[in-house]
Each structure stands twice: as C-alpha cells, then as structure tokens.
Design a protein around this ligand. Structure first.
Ligand SMILES: [Zn+2]
Length: 260
C-alpha cells in the first residue's frame, strides 16, 4: 500500500503496482504541481540510457515526453549509434543515418540526445566503461534514471543496463532507478513491473518518436511489438495505454515516480 493515501481516481489514472497476479497499490505516482495542486515544482533532471537508437523510444518515450511537457530536463544517452543496424551500409554510414533519426525522435520527445560512443554489436562492460558512465551521470546529476531491464537477449541492452546500474550505485545521492522493457518476449525476459505510467495523452508523441527511426521500420516495430505492449500495460493499469517499469530504489520503497 502507498505510505500516503492517494485519491482513488488519481491512483487508478496514474499508476498501479502489480506483483504477479496480486494487485497492490505500490506505485502511487506523485503528480507535479501543475496537475496535483501541490507546491512541489522543482525541476527534475531525468536521464534515460538505451543500448541503440530506438530503444529509449520503445521503452519509455511516453514517460519521457510527459516529463518534458511538465518542464523537467530530459536527456537520452544512446550507448551506441546503431552502427550495425542497416544492411549494406558501413558502420559509419549507419551511425550517421541513425544519429539523425535519434535527433528527430528526441525533438519530438523534448529530450537532449547524447551518444556514449560504444559500437553496436560490440559493447563492453569493463571498469573503464563503468567509470566513463559514472563520470557522465555524475555530470548530469540526475534525479531519475531509466534504463533497460538487465535480463535481455541482446547483450548491448544488458551492457547499457549494467553500466547504468553501476554508475547509479556510485552516485550520491542515488537517483531513482527504473528499468524499462523492450520487445518483451523476444528481448526483455522475466520482466515483472511494479510501476506504471499512463501515457495515453502522449501516445502520438511516442509513436512519432519511434516512427523517426525509419531505417528500423519504426512503424513496423510499433505495430508488431510496442503497440501490443502499450495496450497490454494499459489494460493492467486500467488506462488506455501505459508504460511499465521495475523500480529499484531501497531508499524510496514506495515506487514513487518523482514529479510525474
Ligand atoms: Zn536495441
């Protein structure tokens, strides 16, 4: 149950928490001042780390768009530029094309893109890379961090996740860390969310951000995978469309997604 009572309508609209088949109110999402009428209107720094161009868009573009609409600062860190994602193109050519697609997607979301500099299909989890991610996140000073759920069939997704986990563990104070799903059933595995965000109002932004990745058939990715997931998570949460997360933060066990 939430530590503080949450009006039922707001709770149902904004978030629910599920554990297996049992429904419990674990994810009371505090609303920003503009929506909740509270006095809390501090501008948050939100960072999302994804393995490839189109991963952050697939996993949490709706939530990021909501943060951006509310005036919070949103940054997306792409671990790679998707160098191996276009058949018959060189790594450099693909990187160029896909970086432009990232920039278009970020414009729609209201996010600032950053590129971490690893290579698609050859990502590395080393102390040097952990130190680099720790340095980058230290500079960003995020309040909220999103990254891949670490159990995933794609190693680049796992590397993105573990680099972020290690960096977040090194930061003081720890940011709130949320794991997103991508292409569940084929990539993310064993994903049991405990936090949901209603993205019905920003669904067009999420779709268009994904559609920006033309080289990856963003429309097909949406139709075949993430539309299904958005609808399903919406059904679980009792809203039209939702994004789901696993929240990891021992200091904030109520699964509260700050500021949104
Ligand atoms: Zn990916």
């Amino acid at each position: 149950m939430p530590s503080q009572p949450t009006p039922r309508r707001r709770f149902l609209k904004e978030s629910v928490g599920l554990a297996g088949s049992a429904v419990f109110a674990a994810a009371a999402v505090p609303l920003p001042a503009a929506l909740s009428g509270s006095n809390e209107n501090r501008k948050l720094k939100v960072v999302c780390v994804g393995g490839h161009p189109d991963d952050p868009e697939s996993g949490c573009a709706g939530t990021l768009a909501r943060y951006a609409e509310l005036g919070h600062a949103v940054t997306i860190i792409y671990i790679t530029r998707g160098e191996r994602g276009i058949r018959d193109k060189s790594l450099d050519e693909s990187a160029k094309i896909r970086s432009v697609e990232c920039e278009s997607a970020c414009k729609i979301i209201g996010a600032r893109p950053l590129f971490f500099g690893q290579i698609d299909g050859a990502t590395e989890l080393t102390r040097v890379q952990v130190d680099a991610m720790t340095k980058l996140l230290s500079n960003e000073k995020p309040d909220v961090v999103f990254t891949h759920w670490p159990i995933d069939t794609h190693m680049d997704h796992q590397v993105a996740s573990f680099l972020t986990i290690r960096a977040c563990m090194a930061l003081r104070p720890h940011p709130d860390l949320y794991f997103f799903e991508v292409n569940t059933g084929s990539q993310s595995e064993g994903f049991l969310p405990n936090t949901y965000v209603d993205v019905s109002s920003v669904l067009e932004k999420k779709k268009n951000a994904l559609f920006s990745h033309e080289s990856q058939d963003g429309k097909g990715v949406w139709r075949d995978h993430h539309e299904v997931i958005a609808n399903w998570r919406g059904r679980e949460a009792g809203v039209r469309a939702a994004e789901a997360f696993v929240h990891l933060n021992r200091e904030n066990p109520n699964s509260q997604l700050p500021g949104i």
